[in-house]
Design a protein around this ligand. Structure first.
Ligand code: GDP
Ligand code: MN
Length: 395
């Protein structure tokens, strides 16, 4: 799960991570009021979307930049009015962009230097890692590719946790000394505590800024939270903004389905992530393109399969469906009845190939064959992929 910058900064403020004061606004008038409340000159208006690269982004109406430094409440109102209700395209949103429905008005700071700082789970070392760079405010993937020596890492011991010397080492390696190093260490340590307490899988501050009056502050804020821990992070779960998520993925999660939309035309409905991936591979091997990754998990009830069909059919690109279910513990015949009921409920008109394997598979295949529906049975993965690719090409 992700959050907006304004929400991330509220968590920062609660945890003692230095960040400029700000207020969120949903209308231009609210933005003006927020600017007056924060007061003084030097404010920044920032479009709130679940994507970075806003500073260099462009709105589809031609307005440039999702981050603007301004001086008066009137300007705040004007700029907010140009952002709200508009679509912002950045290198992270894809060409379709994202609708801006909120802006953050924050105290602007005078930046002396920008750094990059993040904490994330590093799969290669199976450890949490603190990542920092003197190349702040830039696209970090690009820095990693072109100048990998400019990225520094500190890996955290799983039981000892972050050690004070590690935070100091990171600050010194960034070239910070004295009071600035102390501030940076405090910020790294506070962020580490926040990261662990809230079950984060990423917290990224880009840029972490040194101001002209020598303060270390987090200017941008991005979180990823571990979805599997949301049950015990109720106040984090409350920050979820489903309007930022793919509506198909939201619908899928309500039925315990894992769904990821892709660009092809053959929808896959599979139980188990490994089987889902091999199904996508074999579709490609036979010259087809998968339209999605859809895993019904351990079960495959009629309700789940019906929900899955509805989500799949919501994608206008889908020209055929391949169901690939391995009935390990589950009875294939029960699954077959579920597939038939689901196909009837959604009045399926596109080709459907079903490959069942496992417990009571013969009865399951007979049930499909006797259904009177245009369901093609397949014997194995290769047969299934060849049949659905052929059916879609013929359609
Ligand atoms: P992103 O482009 O979506 O990553 O948004 P950021 O919050 O990182 O803002 C982009 C850039 O705008 C930063 O790298 C800064 O250079 C600049 N910026 C952001 N906040 C401020 C601010 O308070 N004052 C000034 N002067 N510049 C800012
Ligand atoms: Mn940023």
């Amino acid at each position: 799960m992700n959050t907006h910058e304004y929400q991330a900064k509220e968590l920062f403020a609660q945890s003692g991570v230095a960040t400029p004061a700000g207020k969120v606004a949903s209308t231009a008038a609210e933005a003006g009021a927020a600017a007056r409340e924060i007061g003084g000159e030097g404010l920044v208006v920032k479009a709130q979307i679940h994507a970075g690269g806003r500073g260099k982004g462009t709105f589809t109406n031609g307005f440039k930049g999702g981050v603007h430094v301004i001086n008066t409440a009137a300007e705040a109102e004007d700029i907010a009015g140009k952002m709200l209700g508009q679509t912002l395209v950045t290198h992270q949103t894809g060409p379709e962009g994202k609708l801006v429905s909120k802006v953050l008005i924050a105290k602007s700071v005078d930046i002396k230097k920008e750094y990059y700082f993040a904490i994330l789970f590093d799969r290669a070392s199976s450890r949490h890692a603190l990542i920092a760079s003197t190349e702040g405010g830039m696209n970090i993937e690009e820095v990693a590719e072109k100048t990998p020596e400019k990225i520094i890492r500190e890996f955290v011991h799983p039981t000892l946790g972050l050690q004070a010397y590690q935070a100091r080492k990171l600050a010194y390696t960034l070239g910070l000394t004295g009071k600035l190093a102390n501030q940076a260490v405090k910020l790294f340590t506070s962020l580490w505590t926040l990261y662990i307490q809230r079950d984060c899988s990423l917290v990224e501050v880009n840029p972490l800024a040194i101001t002209s009056d020598d303060q270390v502050v987090a200017l941008d804020a991005k979180f990823n939270f571990d979805d599997n821990a949301l049950y015990r992070q109720k106040d984090v779960a409350a920050l979820r903004d489903i309007t930022e998520e793919d509506p198909r993925e939201v619908a899928a999660s309500e039925y315990g389905l894992s769904y990821i939309g892709l660009d092809g035309d053959i929808a896959c409905l599979v139980n188990g992530a490994g089987l889902a991936m091999s199904t996508m591979d074999i579709i490609k091997f036979h010259g087809g393109e998968p339209a999605n990754f859809l895993d019904v998990g351990g079960g495959a009830t009629k309700e789940q399969v019906t929900a899955a069909f509805k989500i799949i059919l919501g994608d206008p690109n889908v020209k055929g469906i391949l169901v690939n279910i391995f009935g390990g513990i589950m009875d294939c015949d029960i699954i077959a009845h579920g597939i038939i009921a689901a196909a009837q409920e959604v009045s399926l008109t596109i080709p459907l190939v079903v490959r069942l394997e496992g417990n009571n598979v013969e009865a399951g295949k007979a049930t499909l064959a006797n259904s009177g529906l245009a369901i093609t049975s397949a014997d194995d993965l290769t047969d299934a992929a060849a049949k659905i690719v052929a059916a879609v090409k013929a359609a």
